[in-house]
Design a protein around this ligand. Structure first.
Ligand code: MG
Length: 469
């Protein structure tokens, strides 16, 4: 059904590196990019943009298709301002299987199709608000309905009394007394020096690694560089905290001392300088609070999601959820390679007597995946138009005088509701006698048989709302 000569833009996610491929002008064909040869299948969503100042009324429809065997969503635009009658163009809205970047940048599309500039800009001026509200919400969310009562609730964790101290579920890696949670990479006892409440690198003895291994993890580490300071540049209070023994958060004494940016304390070594230099003087205890999300690979070993690291140094964010290029390496960038899903915390011996204390970690759980019950189509029932209209009206959410109403309208075979001070109307579909379900929220309106009240069920609570007229 699509006019393939008008297929305009393709947006692909190759997994390990985002690649965006565009084709413009006549002759372009999404099939070049793995689009299934079957015609796109219309979805049941159509946007009609109101005519303004007598201009054309663009029409936007969404369609399901597959590309490289992945479900995608295409938008078809027709009747756009300045666009030839009977012609339409297509663009990719997003992968329904992912939630990233649902709406492609139009810049290159416009640049390669200058004759379409006015058509597209005219249409988008009219449609941008409606499109972003309608489609971004469809393609971006997790799949869980808002406020879903079926969504697993977080585990209760008792926090510590003071910042920096371990919460109840933390794995204590060093409590000031013993190095028995660490070993050498070969499995031997660490040779590092145990002091009063701390331990210290024994230069030349090699790194130590935690016996516990971690994937996604929150890690707290305290460290202090030698006092008085010795050396300069990278040869000054150098150590490091390696996550999954691959990704180094640099430990260095660069307090009032020069070195390169991506080798300073708090750097993701060789990749990202810290966002601020918050180093303390030699000998003073410093803190790292690290959040790490491990890289993900598919079963074939291909990277599907790079590692991410956040670092808070002495209470200041110095790494903000940075995307990691690959394992830490010196003088070059090494690519990712699939390995075990967890690895030890490694502390580096760089020949300097750096001290450590108060080390603890919390393995971080994954997000609960949405299931088939949650995403099953809503079992909609049919309601006579007159009955549907009887629910329309204004309702009071509270008893305050002059408070704006909840407005309910009948539209086609469903209801639309606009809450006070909200721009967007929400769709409710009938699922029973007088019962209407929100489409993207785990919530219901249940009208009383006399139509005078409605019960608003949401998040395990019920609010009773009265009709005004
Ligand atoms: Mg280092």
């Amino acid at each position: 059904m699509g006019d393939r000569r008008d297929l305009a833009a393709v947006h692909r996610d190759s997994g390990d590196a985002r690649s965006v491929t565009w084709r413009g002008g006549s002759g372009s064909d999404l099939r070049d990019h793995g689009l299934d040869r079957k015609a796109p299948k219309p979805l049941n969503r159509v946007l009609r943009i109101p005519s303004i100042f007598g201009f054309a009324r663009p029409r936007l429809e969404s369609h399901a298709a597959t590309m490289d065997d992945e479900p995608i969503e295409l938008a078809r635009c027709s009747r756009a301002l300045g666009y030839p009658a009977g012609r339409s163009f297509w663009f990719l809205i997003g992968h329904s299987s992912t939630h990233r970047k649902p709406i492609p940048t139009m810049r290159r599309f416009l640049a390669t199709n200058p004759h379409r500039f006015f058509a597209v800009t005219g249409m988008f001026l009219l449609a941008s608000l409606a499109v972003s509200a309608e489609w971004s919400s469809v393609t971006r969310h997790s799949g869980w309905k808002q406020h879903s009562m079926r969504r697993p609730k977080p585990t209760v964790v008792v926090p510590a009394d003071a910042p920096g101290q371990p919460p109840a579920d933390a794995v204590i890696l060093f409590d000031g007394k013993s190095l028995d949670k660490f070993e050498t990479p070969g499995g031997g006892d660490p040779k590092w020096t145990l002091g009063d409440g701390y331990f210290e690198v024994k230069p030349g003895s090699g790194p130590i690694v935690s016996k516990n291994t971690f994937g996604d993890v929150q890690l707290h580490v305290e460290w202090a560089s030698p006092d008085p300071a010795i050396g300069k540049g990278q040869d000054r209070g150098n150590s490091g905290v390696f996550l999954m023994n691959q990704f180094e958060i640099q430990v260095l004494d660069n307090f009032e001392a020069e070195t390169y940016a991506d080798g300073q304390a708090g750097a993701i070594y060789g990749q990202y300088p810290p966002l601020a230099n918050v180093s303390k003087p030699p000998g003073q205890w410093q803190t790292y609070d690290i959040a790490f999300r491990r890289p993900r690979f598919d079963t074939a070993g291909k990277l599907v999601e790079p590692a991410r690291i956040t670092v808070i140094h002495n209470g200041v964010v110095v790494q903000n959820n940075e995307v990691i290029y690959g394992p830490t390496s010196w003088l070059r960038y090494d690519p990712y390679a699939k390995g075990p899903e967890t690895g030890p915390i490694e502390l580096q011996d760089h020949g300097h007597k750096v001290r450590f204390r108060n080390i603890w970690a919390r393995p971080l759980p994954g997000r609960a995946a949405v299931d088939a019950v949650e995403t099953a189509p809503i079992a909609v029932v049919s309601v006579p138009a007159e009955k549907l209209k009887s629910y329309a009206g204004e309702y009071s959410l509270n008893t305050r005088p002059n408070s704006p109403p909840l407005v309910v309208k009948a539209m086609g075979d469903h209801l639309m509701a606009r809450f006070p001070n909200r721009v967007t109307e929400m769709k409710l579909v009938p699922i029973g006698d007088g019962v209407f379900q929100f489409t993207e929220t785990d919530a219901k309106f249940e009208f009383s048989p006399d139509g005078k009240t409605l019960h608003f069920h949401i998040g395990g609570d019920t609010r009773t709302i009265t009709r005004r007229d």
